[in-house]
Design a protein around this ligand. Structure first.
Ligand code: NAX
Length: 325
């Protein structure tokens, strides 16, 4: 058996944490033969809930879980971490707009970025889930000067999975028959689900779905799905978010075998997106875990407009946290 991987999860006593930890512990992310050590971070008011979560993890007797640490000290949580799930953040309350959310969460990610910089493995893979996840990732990356850009990402896989789910229902096929759907931009309602390379049962999606539906109802449903879940469930997406985080990290760890998926990563100027913005691109991941942006796509005016909307929104968010970068 290989040596255990150290996997850090922040906000581990929250809703997403409660779904995510069981998926990690059962081997869904790093593989059925890969032991892990869980390093769980909470703020002091969350520690008692976290201890309850640890009790339940112990009671699940997962063969792959070799050790569990519960702490409110980021240095301890990120010590020698191979993989980090940045989930913990301040939720948006009723009176907060997006700018307030950006301002409230920024300071969390400066501190955690520095702690990752100082304590995690140099090859660490960080996924940022806590919202606003693109800009939180930007802050964490900026505060980890000793780590390369290739260590940081934010999650738009839930948006991708939501898009695939909608297409599967519309076409009446299982999601596994749908391939190469991807998301551009920000994890926000400006995000753009692009089907130019997508296939259903190996047939181009453009031959199957009506373009008015794709640009209208489909796009709107995917973009506003988070709000619809809150209305229906009385709570935000948790199990689907955890599942998407597992998909993202599993694909980063093991590679995508040629499939295209969505990851928000630091831009190197691809498709005119300003350098450094954490932007969701279509990517493939090599078996060695190297993320490669798909660079040969042709963008029509519609796609360019959608992408620009996301660039504008992310530049605004970046300006709002300029003092933290
Ligand atoms: P919860 O409020 O249930 O849990 C968050 C947990 O984080 C709490 O236990 C809290 O004590 C802890 N926390 C707060 N500040 C912390 C800090 N500085 N260090 C460590 N822990 C801290 O929220 P949950 O439903 O789990 O959602 C977590 C985050 O994911 C939210 O920001 C949410 O908006 C975001 N989401 C992101 C998604 C995405 O696709 N990127 C989708 C789902 C979700 O909305």
């Amino acid at each position: 058996m290989p040596a255990p991987l150290r996997v850090a999860v922040t906000g581990a006593a929250g809703n997403i944490g409660y779904a995510l930890l069981w998926r990690l512990a059962s081997g869904d992310c790093f593989g059925p033969d890969q032991p892990i050590e869980l390093q769980l971070l909470e703020i002091p008011p969350g520690m008692e809930r976290l201890l309850g979560v640890v009790m339940e993890l112990q009671d699940s007797a997962f063969p792959l879980v070799h050790r569990i640490t519960a702490t409110s000290d980021p240095a301890e949580a990120f010590q020698d971490a191979d993989a980090v799930f940045l989930v913990g953040s301040r939720p948006r309350s009723k009176d907060m707009d997006r700018a307030d959310l950006v301002a409230a969460n920024g300071p969390i990610f400066t501190g955690q970025g520095r702690a990752i910089n100082d304590h995690a493995k140099r090859t660490v893979k960080v996924i940022t889930v806590g919202n606003p996840c693109n800009t939180n990732c930007l802050i964490a990356n900026a505060n980890s000067p000793d780590l390369g850009d290739e260590c940081f990402s934010a999650m738009t896989r839930l948006d991708e999975n939501r898009a695939v789910g909608q297409l599967a229902v519309k076409a009446g096929v299982p999601p596994a028959q749908i391939a190469d759907v991807f998301i551009w931009g920000n994890h926000a309602d400006t995000m753009y689900p692009d089907l130019q390379r997508a296939t259903v049962n190996h047939k181009p999606a453009a031959e199957i779905f009506d373009s008015d539906w794709l640009r209208g109802e489909f796009h709107k449903t995917v973009a506003t799905r988070g709000k619809a879940i809150i209305v229906a469930r009385g709570a935000s997406s948790a199990a689907s978010a955890a599942s998407a985080a597992v998909d993202h990290m599993r694909d980063w760890w093991h590679g995508t075998q040629g499939r295209i998926v969505s990851m928000a990563i630091p831009s190197k100027g691809w498709y005119g997106v300003p350098e450094g913005l954490i932007f969701s691109f279509p990517v493939r991941v090599s078996a060695q875990g190297q993320i490669e942006v798909v660079e040969d796509l042709v963008l029509d005016d519609y796609a360019r407009t959608q992408i620009q909307k996301n660039v504008d929104a992310l530049l605004e968010e970046r300006a709002a946290v300029a003092d933290l970068l």
